[in-house]
Design a binder for this molecule. Structure first.
Ligand code: ARG
Length: 459
Protein backbone atom coordinates (compact mmCIF):
# COMPACT_ATOMS: atom_id res chain seq x y z
CA UNK A 1 0.00 0.00 0.00
CA UNK A 2 1.40 3.41 -0.94
CA UNK A 3 2.28 5.51 2.09
CA UNK A 4 0.09 8.55 1.34
CA UNK A 5 -3.55 8.54 0.34
CA UNK A 6 -2.57 10.47 -2.78
CA UNK A 7 0.69 8.58 -3.57
CA UNK A 8 -0.55 6.94 -6.82
CA UNK A 9 -0.07 10.20 -8.64
CA UNK A 10 3.52 10.47 -7.46
CA UNK A 11 6.61 8.65 -8.64
CA UNK A 12 8.65 8.72 -5.48
CA UNK A 13 8.12 9.01 -1.78
CA UNK A 14 7.79 12.13 0.28
CA UNK A 15 10.94 13.26 2.04
CA UNK A 16 10.48 12.24 5.68
CA UNK A 17 11.20 15.74 6.95
CA UNK A 18 8.69 17.17 4.49
CA UNK A 19 6.13 14.59 5.54
CA UNK A 20 6.65 15.75 9.09
CA UNK A 21 6.52 19.41 8.04
CA UNK A 22 3.31 18.91 6.12
CA UNK A 23 1.51 16.83 8.71
CA UNK A 24 -1.08 18.26 11.06
CA UNK A 25 -1.94 15.02 12.83
CA UNK A 26 0.21 16.09 15.78
CA UNK A 27 -2.35 18.74 16.65
CA UNK A 28 -5.51 18.22 14.61
CA UNK A 29 -6.15 14.94 16.44
CA UNK A 30 -7.88 17.39 18.79
CA UNK A 31 -10.65 17.52 16.18
CA UNK A 32 -11.22 13.78 16.00
CA UNK A 33 -14.57 13.62 17.78
CA UNK A 34 -15.92 16.36 15.52
CA UNK A 35 -14.40 14.73 12.46
CA UNK A 36 -16.20 11.49 13.31
CA UNK A 37 -19.49 13.25 13.96
CA UNK A 38 -19.14 15.27 10.76
CA UNK A 39 -18.35 12.13 8.76
CA UNK A 40 -21.30 10.29 10.24
CA UNK A 41 -23.61 13.08 9.11
CA UNK A 42 -22.00 13.04 5.67
CA UNK A 43 -22.45 9.25 5.42
CA UNK A 44 -26.12 9.50 6.42
CA UNK A 45 -26.62 12.20 3.83
CA UNK A 46 -24.98 10.03 1.14
CA UNK A 47 -27.34 7.19 2.03
CA UNK A 48 -30.42 9.38 2.20
CA UNK A 49 -29.76 10.83 -1.23
CA UNK A 50 -29.07 7.38 -2.70
CA UNK A 51 -25.46 8.21 -3.52
CA UNK A 52 -24.58 5.13 -1.50
CA UNK A 53 -26.92 2.39 -0.24
CA UNK A 54 -28.64 2.47 3.13
CA UNK A 55 -26.61 -0.57 4.20
CA UNK A 56 -23.35 1.12 3.24
CA UNK A 57 -24.38 4.22 5.10
CA UNK A 58 -25.02 2.19 8.22
CA UNK A 59 -21.69 0.41 7.93
CA UNK A 60 -19.89 3.72 7.66
CA UNK A 61 -21.70 5.20 10.66
CA UNK A 62 -21.00 2.09 12.76
CA UNK A 63 -17.37 1.95 11.67
CA UNK A 64 -16.90 5.61 12.58
CA UNK A 65 -18.48 4.93 15.96
CA UNK A 66 -16.01 2.09 16.49
CA UNK A 67 -13.13 4.47 15.80
CA UNK A 68 -14.60 6.83 18.40
CA UNK A 69 -14.56 4.03 20.98
CA UNK A 70 -11.04 3.03 20.00
CA UNK A 71 -9.87 6.62 20.32
CA UNK A 72 -11.49 7.06 23.70
CA UNK A 73 -9.91 3.83 24.90
CA UNK A 74 -6.50 5.09 23.79
CA UNK A 75 -6.27 2.44 21.07
CA UNK A 76 -6.27 4.77 18.09
CA UNK A 77 -3.07 6.76 17.86
CA UNK A 78 -2.33 7.63 14.24
CA UNK A 79 1.20 8.71 13.34
CA UNK A 80 2.72 11.20 10.93
CA UNK A 81 2.21 8.84 7.98
CA UNK A 82 -1.51 9.56 8.29
CA UNK A 83 -0.81 13.26 7.50
CA UNK A 84 -3.91 14.58 9.19
CA UNK A 85 -6.87 13.49 11.26
CA UNK A 86 -9.13 13.23 8.20
CA UNK A 87 -6.88 10.77 6.37
CA UNK A 88 -6.23 8.90 9.61
CA UNK A 89 -9.93 8.31 10.16
CA UNK A 90 -10.61 7.37 6.55
CA UNK A 91 -7.75 4.92 6.61
CA UNK A 92 -8.88 3.25 9.82
CA UNK A 93 -12.46 3.15 8.55
CA UNK A 94 -11.29 1.31 5.47
CA UNK A 95 -9.44 -1.20 7.63
CA UNK A 96 -12.66 -1.77 9.58
CA UNK A 97 -15.24 -1.75 6.79
CA UNK A 98 -13.16 -2.69 3.74
CA UNK A 99 -14.16 -1.18 0.41
CA UNK A 100 -17.22 0.56 1.87
CA UNK A 101 -14.88 2.83 3.83
CA UNK A 102 -13.47 4.01 0.51
CA UNK A 103 -16.89 5.48 -0.31
CA UNK A 104 -16.98 7.89 2.61
CA UNK A 105 -15.15 10.64 0.79
CA UNK A 106 -17.64 10.72 -2.10
CA UNK A 107 -18.88 14.27 -2.75
CA UNK A 108 -16.60 15.74 -0.13
CA UNK A 109 -13.17 17.31 0.18
CA UNK A 110 -10.93 17.71 3.18
CA UNK A 111 -11.49 21.40 2.62
CA UNK A 112 -15.17 21.43 3.50
CA UNK A 113 -14.49 18.64 6.00
CA UNK A 114 -11.89 20.54 8.00
CA UNK A 115 -14.05 23.67 7.94
CA UNK A 116 -16.92 21.64 9.35
CA UNK A 117 -14.77 20.03 12.04
CA UNK A 118 -13.31 23.33 13.15
CA UNK A 119 -16.74 24.91 13.45
CA UNK A 120 -18.11 21.96 15.41
CA UNK A 121 -15.13 22.17 17.73
CA UNK A 122 -15.42 25.91 18.25
CA UNK A 123 -19.16 25.74 18.72
CA UNK A 124 -18.71 23.36 21.62
CA UNK A 125 -15.80 25.34 23.11
CA UNK A 126 -17.80 28.56 22.96
CA UNK A 127 -20.55 26.96 25.02
CA UNK A 128 -18.04 25.72 27.57
CA UNK A 129 -16.37 29.12 27.83
CA UNK A 130 -19.75 30.77 28.26
CA UNK A 131 -20.43 28.38 31.12
CA UNK A 132 -17.08 29.26 32.68
CA UNK A 133 -17.87 32.95 32.37
CA UNK A 134 -21.12 32.30 34.20
CA UNK A 135 -19.23 30.62 37.06
CA UNK A 136 -16.77 33.48 37.22
CA UNK A 137 -19.64 35.98 37.30
CA UNK A 138 -21.33 34.02 40.07
CA UNK A 139 -18.17 34.18 42.18
CA UNK A 140 -17.83 37.93 41.58
CA UNK A 141 -21.47 38.44 42.46
CA UNK A 142 -21.18 36.41 45.68
CA UNK A 143 -18.19 38.45 46.71
CA UNK A 144 -19.94 41.69 45.81
CA UNK A 145 -22.87 40.74 48.02
CA UNK A 146 -20.49 40.30 50.94
CA UNK A 147 -18.87 43.66 50.36
CA UNK A 148 -21.59 46.16 49.59
CA UNK A 149 -20.55 48.22 52.60
CA UNK A 150 -16.83 47.63 52.37
CA UNK A 151 -15.28 50.81 51.03
CA UNK A 152 -12.25 50.97 48.78
CA UNK A 153 -10.49 53.96 47.27
CA UNK A 154 -11.63 54.57 43.73
CA UNK A 155 -8.86 55.74 41.42
CA UNK A 156 -8.35 57.70 38.28
CA UNK A 157 -4.78 57.93 36.98
CA UNK A 158 -4.07 55.57 39.88
CA UNK A 159 -4.52 58.60 42.14
CA UNK A 160 -7.13 58.49 44.87
CA UNK A 161 -10.29 59.95 43.36
CA UNK A 162 -13.50 59.11 45.24
CA UNK A 163 -14.28 56.29 47.64
CA UNK A 164 -16.51 53.54 46.31
CA UNK A 165 -18.15 50.37 47.46
CA UNK A 166 -15.93 47.32 46.92
CA UNK A 167 -19.01 45.59 45.53
CA UNK A 168 -19.28 48.31 42.89
CA UNK A 169 -15.68 47.69 41.88
CA UNK A 170 -16.22 43.94 41.60
CA UNK A 171 -19.47 44.39 39.71
CA UNK A 172 -17.63 46.39 37.05
CA UNK A 173 -15.86 43.13 36.19
CA UNK A 174 -19.15 41.27 36.34
CA UNK A 175 -20.40 43.60 33.60
CA UNK A 176 -17.32 43.05 31.45
CA UNK A 177 -17.81 39.30 31.78
CA UNK A 178 -21.47 39.79 30.90
CA UNK A 179 -20.48 41.47 27.62
CA UNK A 180 -17.97 38.70 26.97
CA UNK A 181 -20.72 36.15 27.46
CA UNK A 182 -23.08 38.00 25.15
CA UNK A 183 -20.38 38.56 22.56
CA UNK A 184 -19.60 34.84 22.44
CA UNK A 185 -23.29 34.13 21.95
CA UNK A 186 -23.39 36.48 18.98
CA UNK A 187 -20.26 34.98 17.45
CA UNK A 188 -21.74 31.53 17.96
CA UNK A 189 -24.35 32.41 15.35
CA UNK A 190 -21.66 32.92 12.73
CA UNK A 191 -19.60 29.91 13.81
CA UNK A 192 -22.70 27.77 13.56
CA UNK A 193 -22.90 27.77 9.76
CA UNK A 194 -22.19 24.67 7.69
CA UNK A 195 -19.61 24.66 4.90
CA UNK A 196 -20.14 20.91 4.40
CA UNK A 197 -20.95 20.15 0.78
CA UNK A 198 -18.84 22.99 -0.58
CA UNK A 199 -16.53 20.28 -1.90
CA UNK A 200 -12.96 21.24 -2.66
CA UNK A 201 -14.09 24.71 -3.74
CA UNK A 202 -16.80 24.51 -6.40
CA UNK A 203 -19.49 22.22 -5.04
CA UNK A 204 -20.02 18.69 -6.30
CA UNK A 205 -21.47 16.75 -9.22
CA UNK A 206 -23.40 14.47 -6.83
CA UNK A 207 -27.01 15.18 -5.83
CA UNK A 208 -26.10 15.90 -2.22
CA UNK A 209 -28.44 17.40 0.35
CA UNK A 210 -26.46 20.01 2.21
CA UNK A 211 -29.47 21.04 4.24
CA UNK A 212 -29.96 17.54 5.56
CA UNK A 213 -26.31 17.16 6.63
CA UNK A 214 -26.39 20.58 8.25
CA UNK A 215 -29.57 19.65 10.10
CA UNK A 216 -28.01 16.45 11.42
CA UNK A 217 -25.12 18.49 12.76
CA UNK A 218 -27.52 21.08 14.17
CA UNK A 219 -26.01 23.93 12.22
CA UNK A 220 -28.10 27.08 12.15
CA UNK A 221 -27.51 27.71 8.46
CA UNK A 222 -25.39 26.99 5.40
CA UNK A 223 -22.66 28.84 3.56
CA UNK A 224 -24.29 30.21 0.42
CA UNK A 225 -21.09 30.18 -1.62
CA UNK A 226 -18.80 27.15 -1.82
CA UNK A 227 -15.62 29.20 -2.33
CA UNK A 228 -16.44 31.22 0.76
CA UNK A 229 -17.46 28.07 2.61
CA UNK A 230 -14.06 26.42 2.33
CA UNK A 231 -11.89 29.49 2.79
CA UNK A 232 -13.66 31.66 5.35
CA UNK A 233 -12.00 31.90 8.74
CA UNK A 234 -13.79 35.06 9.89
CA UNK A 235 -15.48 32.98 12.55
CA UNK A 236 -12.11 31.99 14.01
CA UNK A 237 -10.87 35.57 13.97
CA UNK A 238 -14.03 36.79 15.64
CA UNK A 239 -13.60 34.15 18.30
CA UNK A 240 -9.96 35.17 18.85
CA UNK A 241 -11.15 38.74 19.17
CA UNK A 242 -13.69 37.77 21.81
CA UNK A 243 -11.06 35.62 23.52
CA UNK A 244 -8.68 38.58 23.51
CA UNK A 245 -11.28 40.80 25.17
CA UNK A 246 -11.91 38.18 27.84
CA UNK A 247 -8.16 38.21 28.46
CA UNK A 248 -8.07 42.02 28.55
CA UNK A 249 -10.66 41.93 31.30
CA UNK A 250 -8.96 39.16 33.26
CA UNK A 251 -5.63 40.88 32.86
CA UNK A 252 -6.89 44.22 34.19
CA UNK A 253 -8.37 42.50 37.19
CA UNK A 254 -5.12 40.57 37.66
CA UNK A 255 -3.13 43.77 37.64
CA UNK A 256 -5.35 45.15 40.39
CA UNK A 257 -5.03 42.03 42.51
CA UNK A 258 -1.26 42.18 42.12
CA UNK A 259 -0.99 45.68 43.51
CA UNK A 260 -3.76 45.17 46.07
CA UNK A 261 -1.65 42.31 47.43
CA UNK A 262 1.49 44.44 47.67
CA UNK A 263 2.59 45.68 51.05
CA UNK A 264 2.11 49.25 49.84
CA UNK A 265 -1.60 48.71 49.21
CA UNK A 266 -2.35 45.79 51.54
CA UNK A 267 -5.96 45.66 50.39
CA UNK A 268 -6.02 41.88 50.05
CA UNK A 269 -4.14 38.95 51.52
CA UNK A 270 -3.45 35.97 49.31
CA UNK A 271 -4.54 32.70 50.81
CA UNK A 272 -2.09 29.82 50.77
CA UNK A 273 -4.15 27.82 48.29
CA UNK A 274 -3.54 30.41 45.57
CA UNK A 275 -0.09 31.83 46.23
CA UNK A 276 3.49 30.70 45.88
CA UNK A 277 6.80 31.21 47.65
CA UNK A 278 10.32 32.12 46.68
CA UNK A 279 13.37 29.89 46.34
CA UNK A 280 15.59 32.33 48.21
CA UNK A 281 13.50 34.91 50.10
CA UNK A 282 11.82 33.07 52.95
CA UNK A 283 9.28 35.81 53.61
CA UNK A 284 7.79 35.91 50.09
CA UNK A 285 4.22 35.14 49.12
CA UNK A 286 3.73 35.82 45.44
CA UNK A 287 0.60 36.42 43.35
CA UNK A 288 1.60 34.00 40.59
CA UNK A 289 -1.97 33.33 39.49
CA UNK A 290 -2.84 36.88 38.41
CA UNK A 291 0.68 37.36 37.06
CA UNK A 292 0.35 34.31 34.84
CA UNK A 293 -3.07 35.42 33.66
CA UNK A 294 -1.64 38.84 32.79
CA UNK A 295 1.26 37.14 31.02
CA UNK A 296 -0.83 34.64 29.09
CA UNK A 297 -2.95 37.48 27.74
CA UNK A 298 -0.16 38.26 25.31
CA UNK A 299 -0.36 34.80 23.80
CA UNK A 300 -4.01 35.16 22.97
CA UNK A 301 -3.47 38.60 21.42
CA UNK A 302 -0.66 37.02 19.42
CA UNK A 303 -2.98 34.36 18.02
CA UNK A 304 -5.48 37.03 16.96
CA UNK A 305 -2.77 39.01 15.21
CA UNK A 306 -1.38 35.81 13.70
CA UNK A 307 -4.73 34.82 12.22
CA UNK A 308 -5.34 38.27 10.75
CA UNK A 309 -1.96 38.20 9.05
CA UNK A 310 -2.49 34.60 7.98
CA UNK A 311 -5.66 35.55 6.11
CA UNK A 312 -4.83 38.88 4.55
CA UNK A 313 -3.05 37.70 1.44
CA UNK A 314 -4.86 34.44 0.72
CA UNK A 315 -6.42 34.10 -2.70
CA UNK A 316 -9.60 32.02 -2.95
CA UNK A 317 -10.16 29.33 -2.04
CA UNK A 318 -8.39 26.81 0.24
CA UNK A 319 -4.67 27.23 0.77
CA UNK A 320 -2.53 25.11 3.02
CA UNK A 321 -1.79 28.23 5.05
CA UNK A 322 -5.19 27.61 6.59
CA UNK A 323 -3.84 24.59 8.41
CA UNK A 324 -2.12 27.12 10.63
CA UNK A 325 -5.45 28.25 12.06
CA UNK A 326 -5.70 25.24 14.33
CA UNK A 327 -2.87 25.65 16.79
CA UNK A 328 -3.81 29.31 17.18
CA UNK A 329 -7.38 28.42 17.94
CA UNK A 330 -6.60 25.47 20.19
CA UNK A 331 -4.04 27.38 22.21
CA UNK A 332 -6.30 30.41 22.57
CA UNK A 333 -9.15 28.19 23.75
CA UNK A 334 -6.95 26.35 26.24
CA UNK A 335 -5.41 29.56 27.54
CA UNK A 336 -8.71 31.36 28.03
CA UNK A 337 -10.23 28.34 29.71
CA UNK A 338 -7.29 27.83 32.06
CA UNK A 339 -7.24 31.52 32.98
CA UNK A 340 -10.96 31.65 33.62
CA UNK A 341 -10.73 28.60 35.82
CA UNK A 342 -7.77 29.97 37.79
CA UNK A 343 -9.35 33.39 38.29
CA UNK A 344 -12.62 31.81 39.39
CA UNK A 345 -10.78 29.80 42.03
CA UNK A 346 -8.73 32.83 43.06
CA UNK A 347 -11.85 34.93 43.62
CA UNK A 348 -13.81 32.10 45.18
CA UNK A 349 -11.27 31.14 47.80
CA UNK A 350 -7.88 32.69 47.22
CA UNK A 351 -8.32 36.27 48.41
CA UNK A 352 -9.12 37.85 51.71
CA UNK A 353 -10.14 41.48 51.48
CA UNK A 354 -8.74 43.39 54.43
CA UNK A 355 -11.90 45.27 55.29
CA UNK A 356 -10.53 47.23 58.25
CA UNK A 357 -7.60 48.47 56.25
CA UNK A 358 -9.84 49.27 53.26
CA UNK A 359 -12.35 51.25 55.27
CA UNK A 360 -9.55 53.09 56.98
CA UNK A 361 -7.79 53.85 53.70
CA UNK A 362 -10.69 55.93 52.44
CA UNK A 363 -10.72 58.16 55.50
CA UNK A 364 -7.07 59.16 55.20
CA UNK A 365 -7.16 61.14 52.00
CA UNK A 366 -8.86 63.96 50.12
CA UNK A 367 -11.17 61.71 48.15
CA UNK A 368 -14.10 63.53 49.78
CA UNK A 369 -13.11 66.87 48.24
CA UNK A 370 -15.68 66.60 45.45
CA UNK A 371 -18.33 66.22 48.12
CA UNK A 372 -17.39 69.55 49.73
CA UNK A 373 -17.78 71.21 46.36
CA UNK A 374 -21.07 69.36 45.78
CA UNK A 375 -22.24 70.50 49.25
CA UNK A 376 -21.82 74.16 48.32
CA UNK A 377 -23.16 73.67 44.82
CA UNK A 378 -26.30 72.09 46.29
CA UNK A 379 -26.72 75.30 48.30
CA UNK A 380 -26.66 77.41 45.16
CA UNK A 381 -22.94 78.25 44.90
CA UNK A 382 -21.93 77.77 41.23
CA UNK A 383 -20.01 74.50 41.04
CA UNK A 384 -16.85 76.03 39.58
CA UNK A 385 -16.73 78.65 42.35
CA UNK A 386 -17.18 75.94 44.97
CA UNK A 387 -14.57 73.76 43.28
CA UNK A 388 -12.01 76.59 43.37
CA UNK A 389 -12.68 77.27 47.04
CA UNK A 390 -12.17 73.61 47.91
CA UNK A 391 -8.98 73.47 45.85
CA UNK A 392 -7.64 76.23 48.04
CA UNK A 393 -8.65 74.44 51.25
CA UNK A 394 -6.99 71.22 50.10
CA UNK A 395 -3.80 73.17 49.44
CA UNK A 396 -3.76 74.72 52.90
CA UNK A 397 -4.68 71.40 54.54
CA UNK A 398 -1.76 69.74 52.79
CA UNK A 399 0.56 72.51 54.01
CA UNK A 400 -0.70 72.03 57.57
CA UNK A 401 -0.77 68.25 57.35
CA UNK A 402 -4.50 68.13 58.01
CA UNK A 403 -7.47 66.38 56.43
CA UNK A 404 -10.76 68.05 55.52
CA UNK A 405 -12.50 66.43 58.47
CA UNK A 406 -10.01 68.17 60.79
CA UNK A 407 -11.24 71.68 59.93
CA UNK A 408 -13.37 73.45 62.55
CA UNK A 409 -16.80 74.79 61.70
CA UNK A 410 -15.39 78.32 62.05
CA UNK A 411 -12.73 77.52 59.48
CA UNK A 412 -15.40 76.15 57.12
CA UNK A 413 -17.56 79.22 57.62
CA UNK A 414 -14.67 81.58 57.04
CA UNK A 415 -14.30 79.88 53.71
CA UNK A 416 -18.00 80.22 52.91
CA UNK A 417 -20.95 81.17 55.12
CA UNK A 418 -23.10 78.41 53.65
CA UNK A 419 -21.25 75.72 55.61
CA UNK A 420 -23.14 74.28 58.56
CA UNK A 421 -22.59 71.51 61.10
CA UNK A 422 -23.81 68.87 58.63
CA UNK A 423 -20.66 69.29 56.52
CA UNK A 424 -18.97 66.68 58.71
CA UNK A 425 -21.57 64.10 57.89
CA UNK A 426 -21.48 65.02 54.24
CA UNK A 427 -17.78 64.28 53.94
CA UNK A 428 -17.69 61.07 55.99
CA UNK A 429 -16.65 58.25 53.61
CA UNK A 430 -19.79 56.14 54.12
CA UNK A 431 -21.97 59.15 53.34
CA UNK A 432 -19.76 60.11 50.39
CA UNK A 433 -20.38 56.68 48.90
CA UNK A 434 -24.05 56.48 49.87
CA UNK A 435 -24.76 59.86 48.28
CA UNK A 436 -23.72 58.77 44.78
CA UNK A 437 -27.12 57.38 44.16
CA UNK A 438 -27.42 58.22 40.48
CA UNK A 439 -28.28 55.25 38.27
CA UNK A 440 -25.21 53.03 37.91
CA UNK A 441 -23.34 54.89 40.65
CA UNK A 442 -21.65 53.50 43.75
CA UNK A 443 -24.36 54.55 46.24
CA UNK A 444 -25.39 51.54 48.33
CA UNK A 445 -28.94 51.63 47.00
CA UNK A 446 -27.58 51.57 43.47
CA UNK A 447 -25.22 48.73 44.30
CA UNK A 448 -28.14 46.74 45.70
CA UNK A 449 -30.05 47.44 42.53
CA UNK A 450 -27.04 46.36 40.44
CA UNK A 451 -26.77 43.13 42.43
CA UNK A 452 -30.45 42.39 41.83
CA UNK A 453 -30.02 43.09 38.13
CA UNK A 454 -26.91 40.90 37.97
CA UNK A 455 -28.74 38.05 39.69
CA UNK A 456 -31.57 38.35 37.27
CA UNK A 457 -29.25 38.25 34.30
CA UNK A 458 -27.49 35.17 35.63
CA UNK A 459 -30.92 33.57 35.77
N1 ARG B 1 -4.92 19.31 7.37
C1 ARG B 1 -5.54 20.22 6.51
C2 ARG B 1 -5.88 21.51 7.21
O1 ARG B 1 -5.89 21.49 8.39
C3 ARG B 1 -6.81 19.63 5.98
C4 ARG B 1 -7.25 20.21 4.70
C5 ARG B 1 -6.26 19.82 3.66
N2 ARG B 1 -6.72 20.13 2.35
C6 ARG B 1 -5.88 20.16 1.34
N3 ARG B 1 -6.36 20.43 0.19
N4 ARG B 1 -4.60 19.99 1.49
O2 ARG B 1 -6.10 22.55 6.62
Amino acid sequence: QPSQTWSQRFESALHPAIAQFNASIGFDIELIEYDLTGSQAHAKMLAKTGIISEAEGEQLVTGLEQIRQEYRAGQFQPGVDAEDVHFAVERRLTEITGDVGKKLHTARSRNDQVGTDTRLYLRSQIQDIQQQLREFQTVLLDLAQQHVRTLIPGYTHLQRAQPISLAHHLLAYFEMAQRDWTRLGEIYQRVNVSPLGSGALAGTTFPIDRHYAAELLEFGGLYENSLDGVSDRDFAIEFLCAASLIMVHLSRLSEEVIFWASQEFSFVALKDSCATGSSIMPQKKNPDVPELVRGKTGRVFGHLQGMLVLMKGLPLAYNKDLQEDKEALFDAVKTVRACLEAMTILFREGLEFKTTRLNQAVSEDFSNATDVADYLAAKGVPFRVAYNLVGKVVRSCLAENKLLKDLSLTEWQELHPAFEEDIYEAIAPVQVVAARNSFGGTGFEQVERAIASAKQRLG
